[in-house]
Design a protein around this ligand. Structure first.
Ligand code: IMP
Length: 430
């Protein structure tokens, strides 16, 4: 039985939502393994639009088990709001179809406040975060002072954890000119939210181990993208979790042998939100056109995404670091009508040609793109469902991408509609 990991292979926003939805129909379990409510997935099913940021995409489909793994940082108040919103849209959510790992660390209001205070601090280089407290929550997790879901079950433990946490945060807040945290109010908030979260809390590693033994198919749903990975991304302009496929195992409590297929989601051009290096970024009409045609605005923050040509150097690298078995290429139709297309095939760094993204931030910022030009196509590829529906130049573009990134195309998505997909390799095939 195959288990599939879906990860973004660029800077996020590659169109994972549609692909994950398509695959979730074939899975029994859909599990999130990193990130938090900084993600934004829009699903369109039978005309209804569902917006998810924390819950796994499988939640909107009946008969699937949705899992939030320990690799996620969970804002319990956001969870309750998102659950209520979906329920209002007729989605059934209960403790039988949603599980949260007991060892998941919580995002508290103080994390969001700290995130935003740091981003707003004068003289400090902004990361351009979503302001949702993701970074500070992960810091507390590795700092061994986080409050975890299981802690909510015992009031004395909550108080102990809060005291340990505030010893750190109040010192930090003094330095930033923020008021100390009201300890009793925070404890009261946690007591109030606990009964709304605890019914979903389970030893997820155990549930998934049993499910695997019973031959269930698991879809691991990644958030953000490989270039936002805290180790391999464009550090420090990254998120605070490991977004690479290897995290799928640790982020739910299964070993790497649980992963059979890694599907990397790749957009036919490049975008990024927030600050940080982006060699193939366009500041001209072409960039504007990509943004307009591709509706490149952030789902969570509404920010305009930066746009550029396809960067094969980056995707070759992320396919390697995530062990991608095949890619799903999305938004090819956005390129319809360009006379000429460019693909970044290498960088010039201080006069030398290199074929990978260097690690040092200053070197990343100095990388100049080396482009290869390709002929565009005037026909529409929107809605194509077979190779025969694609113009020759579009097929050439896709084939060239495969060659450059050294990874085959498993799926090709040609519109937001779920059936507008060309399937080459079924990731779930045995
Ligand atoms: P954080 O995850 O809120 O700490 O933000 C860190 C960086 O990751 C910023 O550049 C964000 O714009 C980016 N980021 C976080 N989540 C997403 C996402 O779901 N899509 C694209 N970028 C994201």
């Amino acid at each position: 039985m195959a288990n599939v990991v879906v990860v973004g292979a660029q800077w996020g926003d590659e169109g994972k939502g549609k692909i994950v939805d398509w695959l979730s129909e074939r899975a029994d379990i859909v599990a999130r393994f990193q990130g938090g409510h900084n993600a934004g997935h829009t699903l369109v099913i039978d005309g209804a639009v569902y917006k998810l940021s924390l819950l796994p995409s499988g939640i909107v489909r009946g008969g699937k088990l949705s899992v939030i793994g320990n690799g996620v940082v969970l804002d319990p108040w956001h969870l309750v709001t998102e659950v209520e919103k979906l329920r209002a849209q007729g989605v059934e959510i209960n403790e039988d179809n949603l599980l949260i790992a007991e060892n998941t660390s919580l995002i508290l209001p103080l994390h969001g406040e700290l995130d935003r205070a740091r981003e707003g601090a004068v003289g400090v280089a902004k990361i351009g975060t979503t302001g949702r407290g993701i970074g500070p929550a992960y810091e507390d997790k590795v700092g061994r002072r986080a409050i975890r879901v299981a802690d909510l079950a015992d009031e004395a433990t909550v108080e102990l954890r809060v005291d340990r946490l505030l010893a750190h945060h109040d010192a930090l807040r003094r330095g930033l000119g923020l008021e100390p945290i009201d300890r009793d109010a925070l404890i009261a908030q946690l007591k109030e939210i606990a009964p709304k979260v605890l019914p979903y809390a389970k030893p997820v590693w155990k549930v998934l181990t049993d499910a695997r033994r019973a031959g269930k198919r698991i879809l691991f749903e990644g958030a953000q993208g490989a270039l936002l990975d805290v180790d391999f991304g464009t550090y420090p302009f990254v998120t605070s979790s490991n977004t690479l496929a290897g995290q799928a195992a640790t982020g739910v409590g299964l070993g790497p042998t649980a992963i059979d297929f890694v599907l990397g989601i790749v957009k036919a051009y490049t975008t990024r939100v927030g600050e940080g290096p982006f060699a193939a970024e366009l500041h001209d009409e072409d960039g504007q056109r990509l943004g307009e045609r591709g509706h490149e605005f952030g789902t969570v923050t509404g920010r305009k995404r930066r746009c550029g040509w396809f960067d094969a150097v980056l995707v070759r690298q992320t396919c390697a670091t995530s062990g991608v078995s095949g890619i799903a290429l999305t938004k090819l139709d956005v390129l319809d009508g360009f006379k000429t297309l460019k693909i970044c095939v290498g960088y010039e760094l201080d006069g030398a040609r290199i074929d990978y993204l260097p690690t040092a931030a200053d070197q990343q910022a100095r990388c100049k793109p080396i482009y290869e030009e390709m002929e565009g196509w005037s026909e529409s590829t929107e809605g194509a469902r077979s190779w025969a529906d694609l113009p020759g130049a579009a097929i050439k573009y896709v084939r060239r991408i495969e060659e450059l990134i050294q990874c085959p195309v498993a799926m090709l998505s040609t519109s937001p509609e779920r059936d507008d997909t060309i399937l080459v390799t079924d990731p779930f095939a045995d």
